[in-house]
Design a protein around this ligand. Structure first.
Ligand code: UDP
Length: 441
């Protein structure tokens, strides 16, 4: 470690949801391997524990007054908005105590907070500590959220009734269309606009870091750099830079044994992420597509992801028979290991950004079934957008599938090269805030 490194601690503030926890904990691991101590300040919801391979990290919890039923009933957007309203004071108190009792202000190199935990910025301003905003999605989605935050909700809703508007290209972000803008099913358009306008406000942060790579979206990164008042650094994909097992749900590892028995590149893996909901008719349609494709499949169905059902009880009996012949259903899978498995030939995905990066990182082509938010942005740029039997066959059985896998492998190589060229180099200028700190790569 460089002798000039005098400040050794980095404080992380994650959003309590899987898609946000995973990359921020990977970032923590990557920084820890460079000699930094890590403090994670989290809310009481969906907490990461030190037993999950983070025994060297310090974890602090700030109390919140929301109940578990708020968590389930408010919808993700309102939950985040409320969390920001109620946590500012308790966070400041917790942070003040950390400074008083455990570490001195001079020990802290910087605080990295998820863009949606903007309440924390008030504390860094008060204690005059450098802060960095971490965006767990990508620059294209960031630019879209920023654009959306300036829209008038009523006018946009009226305009979007016209199919011509829906399908027209969004200026400067070809091939994106207006209908791909990251409006969210987890709240009203007003909720999205309110949340996004807070999240894109960089406040006193000195930098924005993004879990993306310039080989994936250099023009969006340049555009974001022009729009924001602070430097923007792509530092991803973090799952290649550091492994950090931080699953909030129990992984069913029996699916790996099942995969071991399948032929190379024969299995389609299906998962719609940690939050996505589907109607019963959607689940039945997916089941029909899988039945007719004649291919082996591994399907993650989260309990509660089909409102009105506990788990898979509404799937027809003949489908259960089919599962025993050539399928496997789990409640939650070790996804990265699944994607790395030689038996997996394609990923039928909701296109959450982590899943997209993980799929590209393993050279697995995707069938895109976006549900909401930035998934629509990612899907437009990632791959095949129709789902069902025909696409599964094209991907797994046809010669075209071989081509798609080859293209996916090419992208994987490009991505790995961008990581090799120094994922943490990007943080050097961030951490060299007053000339005293230098990361060594
Ligand atoms: N994931 C997992 N097991 C599963 C499904 C998903 O470990 O069965 C992980 C996946 O590897 C990814 C994260 O959950 O890191 C989901 O994040 P993403 O951004 O793809 O979607 P979100 O859940 O935020 O919609």
């Amino acid at each position: 470690m460089d002798e000039k490194l005098v400040k050794r601690r980095i404080v992380l503030v994650p959003v309590p949801a899987q898609g946000h926890v995973t990359p921020i904990m990977q970032l923590g691991k990557a920084l820890h391997s460079k000699g930094f101590s890590i403090t994670v300040i989290q809310t009481q919801y969906n907490r990461v524990s030190s037993s999950q391979d983070f025994s060297d990290f310090q974890f602090l919890t700030i109390p919140g007054t929301l109940t578990d039923s708020d968590l389930n009933n408010l919808g993700a957007l309102r939950f985040l908005i409320k969390l920001n309203q109620i946590c500012e004071a308790s966070f400041k108190h917790c942070f003040g105590q950390l400074l008083q009792e455990q570490v001195s202000r001079d020990d802290i190199a910087c605080v990295i907070y998820d863009e949606y935990m903007y309440f924390s910025a008030a504390a860094f301003k008060e204690f005059q500590l450098p802060s960095v905003i971490f965006s767990t999605t990508n620059a294209t989605a960031f630019v879209c959220r920023s654009a959306l935050s300036k829209f008038n909700a009523d006018k946009f809703l009226i305009d979007m009734k016209d199919p011509e508007v829906q399908n027209s290209l969004f200026p400067g972000l070809d091939p994106l269309r207006y209908k791909d803008l990251p409006t969210s099913a987890f709240g009203t358009l007003d909720d999205s606009i309110n949340l996004y306008s807070e999240a894109v406000n960089t406040r006193t942060a000195s930098t924005v870091i993004i879990n993306s790579a310039s080989c994936l979206e250099s023009s969006s990164l340049s555009r974001l750099q022009r729009e924001l008042q602070v430097p923007v650094y792509p530092i991803g994909p973090l799952h290649i830079a550091a492994s950090a097992p931080s699953s909030l749900l129990v992984e069913d590892r029996s699916c790996i044994e099942w995969l071991d028995k399948q032929k190379p590149s024969s299995v389609v893996y299906i998962s719609l992420g940690s939050l996505g909901l589907m109607e019963n008719k959607d689940m039945l349609e997916m089941a029909r597509g899988l039945s007719n494709s004649n291919q082996p499949f591994l399907w993650v169905i989260r309990p509660g992801s089909v409102p009105g059902s506990e788990w898979t009880e509404s799937l027809p009996e003949e489908f259960s028979k089919l599962v025993s012949e050539r399928g496997y259903i789990v409640k939650w899978a070790p996804q990265m290991e699944v994607l790395r498995h030689r038996a997996v030939g394609g990923f039928w995905s909701h296109c959450g950004w982590n899943s997209t990066l993980e799929s590209i990182g393993e050279g697995v082509p995707m069938i895109c079934r976006p549900i909401t938010g930035d998934q629509k942005v990612n899907a437009r740029r990632a791959g095949e957008r129709n789902c069902g039997e025909r696409v599964v066959k094209r991907l797994i059985v046809d010669e075209e599938g071989e081509d798609m896998r080859k293209r996916a492998m090419d992208l994987k190589e490009k991505l790995e090269a961008s990581v090799r060229s120094g994922v943490l180099d990007a943080l050097n200028p961030v951490l060299t805030i007053d000339g005293k700190i230098k990361l060594v790569s």
